[in-house]
Design a binder for this molecule. Structure first.
Ligand SMILES: Cc1cc2nc3c(=O)[nH]c(=O)nc-3n(C[C@H](O)[C@H](O)[C@H](O)COP(=O)(O)OP(=O)(O)OC[C@H]3O[C@@H](n4cnc5c(N)ncnc54)[C@H](O)[C@@H]3O)c2cc1C
Length: 399
């Protein structure tokens, strides 16, 4: 039995979070000498200049933007003009976006130029993969099909091919095959909602504000895009989501205009739409022998606060920091002590964020009139209470 390692670290999944792990490993001085491979069957292709903005976009916190800058991916992303958003307006459908009970976060209130950027998922992943490969990461396009973990090695199967690694990082998404191979269980449940996404053109300027209206069926968010359009994320009952996808463009635009209370005028729809099942879960354990989970493979949350990628990037940052620290102490990067420190820190933080978002979701899903009144007043209260508001803005920035 050979104990030869083909790679020190192999990452399964080159979506946003796996690509961030690879780019961070190569850009961090302490881990830069590690031999790293990234397994991704469908690596993101960089959108070309002039390509329309992709359907999948993410609201990135300051911490996420800083990570992209630290690994050298930000300049490449700038070519796709990520849209800075300077305000966030949240309101309940029993009120309006302009009344005193609407919650308004303004970057200027925390002496920042913006609250974050809306960027295309494909462009982010492609920029990160480009940096990782430039730093020596080997890109493999055959999916991970099997895994055996032992104290000495992670033995990987990629179809017919066998590879040995010192550590396998599983970043292969919410249905993570690697998590299954490692036998790690998850706890959580599905939301009775799906998210409908589309880009629409408003008749009024979005003025770099992200808006979210809480409807009885779920939250509807409009995120500003650099081309003047807005990106819709409308969480609603699955049957309604299906019906929305089947509508003609004009009827779909009318439905979103009505549901958004025409907050930026009438919305015109054209181009693709998609819907996504929503669930919240967390892996019971983030690590096993020579194995670590990151990103959606470890946890998913409701998209109502746009936190999934941001949490995943924080996982990537913390894991690479612990691997670097382990190397600094002369330990093997797959050593259980460093992995344990990563797991304790990130699992606790992600559990807190998941529970907070789930609580918010339940609060807004409650149809009782008394609860509606209280939450509407609650939003207004947060809006007027300076320290509480600064706390929420700080969290949204990823501080
Ligand atoms: C509608 C919607 C809106 C959202 N908006 C935001 C937002 O504004 N901000 C935010 O922070 N988050 C947002 N999120 C969450 C965010 O999209 C996810 O958290 C994020 O995409 C997770 O990235 P990931 O890299 O962990 O997983 P994924 O993006 O799922 O990537 C997993 C990768 O693993 C690969 N893979 C799968 N199987 C294998 C295998 N066997 N071997 C090798 N590779 C494999 C896949 O090809 C894929 O590329 C949103 C989610 C939804 C549904």
């Amino acid at each position: 039995m050979s104990l030869r390692r083909d790679f020190d670290v192999v990452i399964a999944g080159g979506g946003l979070v796996g690509a961030a792990c690879a780019a961070l490993l190569t850009a961090t001085p302490r881990t830069a000498a590690l031999r790293v491979a990234l397994i991704e069957p469908k690596p993101a292709q960089r959108p070309l200049k002039g390509d329309p903005i992709d359907l999948r976009v993410s609201a990135l916190s300051h911490a996420s933007c800083a990570l992209l800058a630290a690994v050298g991916a930000w300049p490449r992303l700038l070519e796709r003009e990520p849209c800075a958003y300077q305000r966030m307006i949240v309101w309940d459908s029993s009120g309006t976006a302009t009344d005193s009970d609407a919650l308004v976060f303004d970057a200027a209130e925390v002496s920042e130029a913006d609250l974050g950027h809306i960027a295309e998922n494909r462009a982010i992943a492609a920029a990160l993969i480009e940096r990782a490969v430039a730093g020596g990461t080997v890109l493999l396009d055959t999916p991970l099909t099997g895994l055996e973990l032992s104290p000495e090695l992670a033995r990987l199967s990629l179809g017919e091919r066998r590879l040995n690694a010192g550590l396998l990082i599983a970043a292969d998404g919410a249905d993570s095959p690697a998590r299954g191979f490692a036998g790690l269980a998850v706890e959580g449940s599905a939301y009775p909602q799906e998210a409908v996404v589309a880009h629409l053109t408003p008749t009024e300027a979005h003025r770099h504000a992200a808006r979210q209206r809480f409807l009885p069926d779920g939250p509807l968010a409009l995120l500003p895009l650099a081309d003047g359009r807005v990106s819709l994320v409308w969480s609603t009952a699955p049957a309604h989501a299906e019906a929305l996808l089947a509508l003609e463009d004009a009827a779909f635009g009318d439905a979103v205009t009505l549901a958004s209370d025409a907050v930026i005028g009438a919305l015109e729809a054209s181009g693709p739409r998609a819907r996504f099942a929503l669930r919240r879960f967390q892996a019971q354990r983030y690590v096993a022998t020579r194995f670590a989970l990151v990103g959606d493979a470890a946890h998913t949350v409701h998209p109502l606060a746009g936190q999934g990628v941001n949490q995943g990037f924080l996982d990537a940052g913390r894991l690479v920091e612990e691997l670097g620290a382990a190397l600094g102490r002369g330990e093997d990067p797959g050593d259980a002590r460093g992995l344990g420190r990563y797991a304790r820190a990130r699992r606790a933080e992600n559990a807190l964020v998941g529970a907070a978002l789930d609580g918010l979701w339940h609060l807004f899903a409650d149809p009782r009139a008394g609860v509606r009144r209280v939450r509407r007043k609650g939003l207004g209260l947060v809006n007027r209470a300076g320290p509480l508001k600064r706390f929420f803005v700080g969290h949204a920035l990823g501080r």
